[in-house]
Design a binder for this molecule. Sequence first.
Ligand code: HBI
Ligand code: FE
Length: 300
Amino acid sequence: MTAPATTLNQSAEKSRYLSAPRRPDFTLDQDWGSYSAAEHDRWDRLFVRAQSVLQNRACDEFLGALKTLQLSEAGIPDLEKLSARLQPLTGWQIVPVAELVPDDIFFDHLANRRFPAGAFIRPEHEMDYLQEPDIFHDVFGHVPLLANPVYADFMQAYGKGGQRAMALGQLKNLARLYWYTVEFGLLQGSDGLRIFGAGILSSATEAVFALENSSPNRIGFDLERVMRTNYIIDDFQQCYFVIASFEKLLADSYGDFGALYAQLTEASDIAPDQLVVGDRVISRGTLAYFRDKRAASAVH
Ligand code: HBI
Ligand code: FE
């Protein structure tokens, strides 16, 4: 019997989860015993490389949480055991999924303090970059900050906001907030900029680029500005937004999004390489890296 269409040209690591039975909420069993020694070894190599690049680049809250949650180069974590360590801290648990889940399912999980993590690990030939979130991106990138109470509140608020945004047809704008914070956000640290976005934390190359390359713009976070800004999904970011603190980010997300959505319908989108009047420019980019590359596809 040939594999179902969705598993064609998918890695073997992922296919076994795509064809595994899943519950109505799209979760499935991680089946931790099914990981091969090669898959555990890949986690270890990804972990060691990321941890060394992130010293003095990741925010302290992230580095501290790696220790608190006992994440290390000890093979792919068992998500039930990891959830048992996380839940007493902030009420969050991690639930295994096979791939990206529908938006309404995703928001329902977040609104109930469940983080859906891809159970598969990337194949050897995608060590440096992959389109879909695998267990290293989700668990190493996203999970540690869920141990921080303020960030944990923000992520639940985002889930509830996502449910409202879907009802209002405003998902595109809200997804930008997620993209420029949860995925690619920077934090103003006491001695320079630090990384908190999972997309950067889980990429050894972008961790250096985001903080030290002169090409991208770095702009002080402003909720409306972020929600007007397009993003690209298949290359480094052309702009990074910098928050003052998780407390300030959480406070901003308790604003009246209804009024904000009304304003946004009148406002034009902003391209990711643009600076506009009113921007608090932390560093103006040369955009040199992007000029040398063909235009990235899929502008959202
Ligand atoms: N599903 N498993 C998973 N992980 C995500 O990060 C995710 C998702 N579904 C939708 C989604 N993200 C984004 O489109 C939301 O920001 C809307
Ligand atoms: Fe992610």
